[in-house]
Design a protein around this ligand. Structure first.
Ligand SMILES: Nc1ncnc2c1ncn2[C@@H]1O[C@H](COP(=O)(O)OP(=O)(O)OP(=O)(O)O)[C@@H](O)[C@H]1O
Ligand SMILES: [Mg+2]
Length: 454
């Protein structure tokens, strides 16, 4: 049941019928407005903003059927219940097709009517809730910058809005490209710290020897090359949020230091003697299931427990294929804008392919595929020919796929090919590619450097 009173408009030319309905509805706790014919009904529906309409079918001036049509074009989501006399049953069938919520026959079975109203209310509550969550998003099918209305994503939105309000640490988990950083940003934006800074550090993107000064800062002359003073991420994130991305890639020597800062809320710069008090909320993310990272010795157990006050697990895109079409559509519009194009949509065949693809690189991969397609496409629609090989032919590359190696190729060449393909399949995520190949991220980084690739 909704918290505020649900308002029902009753449209009926029979005064006695109106009175009886009004009495019952008031008794059940509803607010009631009455209209004596379709014309008045239309006016009151427009001005009185009823949540639900109950209308007779056979009335002077505007019939219930016509009224239904008018109501549905004004507010397609508002439930309408038609009350039909036997003579108007064929019209009631028509009404179902036109989108009346339901119809009920005269003489009215009041317990059935009550059921219908409760169903309608539930639907209204659900819509209100999702509209609230959708917040700024104009399409009404997401949450903040998130797109997707699947059940697992709605649960994610729900959790984000709950933890956002708190000051708790959150561990965000999920495969590469599922939106972990977007979650962290959104939590920050919904939190009381929203006016403070949001600082993200990616532990797999920073060379190990620079990590400590990156996080804690350094004083002049702390090490060779430390020519100036540098504030670390904790200081920069003061009164805001620090997002520690790929936390399992954090060098193990640094993890106890990190834990100490989290507990004491004080940092000391590398080579410094002063301590700074910091007021920082910490969010962390990992591609590995965090317990697996703990068991493998990549993430210290005590640090894990300190960070994992809440866990927010993002579902891979292949487990919410119903979001693919919507995401593709939103990306199409974004890239139209960015590249000055005016593509209308994906062709049906393209959509089928997109829905069938397993998306190992998740939303990031879909986003990249759509950008490429928007650039390539000439006509009004994105056709399969604008999709990359990996989507057209999922077995050919990527994780779990096969890779043909012809004779005469050196082991080093084959390795390069494998690394590049895995990177492609993971949307260029080195940590995820490393995980899939059973290599260290550092190894991947070094090899890319040797290939001359950034
Ligand atoms: N549900 C979503 N709706 C719209 N955009 C999304 C959604 N999820 C992710 N994105 C977009 O996809 C891209 C990848 O998201 P993000 O960087 O948050 O992923 P990630 O989980 O941090 O990936 P990685 O593990 O590779 O760092 C970003 O451009 C992000 O804005
Ligand atoms: Mg990320």
């Amino acid at each position: 049941m909704s918290s505020r009173e649900t308002k029902i408009l009753v449209v009926d030319d029979d005064a006695a019928m109106r009175e009886v309905l009004q009495l019952r509805l008031r008794e059940w706790g509803y607010g009631v407005i009455l209209a004596c014919d379709g014309r008045e009904g239309k006016k009151l529906a427009e001005n009185g903003e009823p949540d639900i309409v109950i209308s007779d079918v056979i009335m002077p001036y505007i019939s219930g059927m016509e009224l239904l049509g008018l109501l549905k074009s004004g507010n397609p989501a508002r439930p309408v219940i038609l009350v039909t006399a036997e003579a108007s049953i064929p019209q009631a069938v028509e009404a179902m097709i036109q989108g009346a919520k339901n119809y009920i026959e005269k003489p009215i079975d009041y317990s059935r009517l009550r059921e219908l109203l409760e169903e309608a209310e539930q639907e209204i509550d659900l819509r209100r809730e999702s509209r609230r969550l959708a917040g700024s998003l104009e399409k009404g099918a997401g949450f903040g910058e998130f797109v997707g209305a699947s059940r697992p994503m709605r649960e994610v939105y729900n959790l984000i809005s709950r933890v956002g309000a708190s000051d708790a640490s959150v561990m965000v988990t999920g495969e590469s490209g599922t939106g972990k950083e977007l979650v962290a940003r959104t939590i920050h934006e919904l939190s009381p710290r929203a006016d403070g800074p949001f600082i993200a550090v990616n532990a797999s993107a920073i060379p190990e020897n620079l990590m400590e000064s990156e996080i804690f800062g350094h004083e002049r002359g702390a090490f060779t090359g430390a020519t100036g003073v540098r504030a670390g991420c904790f200081e920069l994130a003061n009164r805001g949020t620090l997002f520690l991305d790929e936390i399992a890639e954090m060098p193990s020597a640094l993890q106890p230091k990190l834990l100490r800062v989290l507990e004491d809320k004080r940092v000391r710069r590398v080579g410094g003697s002063r301590e700074f008090r910091v007021d920082v909320r910490v969010l962390a993310a990992t591609n590995l299931p965090p317990m697996e990272a703990v068991e493998k010795g990549k993430l210290r157990r005590d640090l894990f427990y300190r960070l994992n006050v809440f866990t927010l697990a993002l579902p891979p895109l292949r487990e919410r294929a119903e979001d693919i079409e919507l995401l593709a559509d939103v990306f199409l519009r974004q890239f139209n804008e960015k590249h000055g194009r005016s593509l209308e949509s994906c062709s049906l065949e393209t959509l089928e392919l997109l829905k069938a693809h397993p998306w190992p690189g998740n939303v990031r991969e879909l986003r990249n595929v759509m950008e490429r397609a928007v650039i390539l496409a000439e006509g009004p629609r994105i056709e399969p020919s604008h999709l990359p090989e990996s989507v057209l032919n999922p077995g050919a590359s990527g994780a779990g796929g096969t890779m043909k190696i012809s004779g005469g190729v050196t082991a080093a060449e084959a390795e390069k090919e494998l690394i590049l393909r895995t990177l492609e399949a993971t949307g260029n995520n080195k940590a995820e590619a490393a995980r899939r190949l059973g290599l260290d991220v550092k190894t991947i980084r070094n090899k890319l450097k040797n290939y001359g690739i950034q």
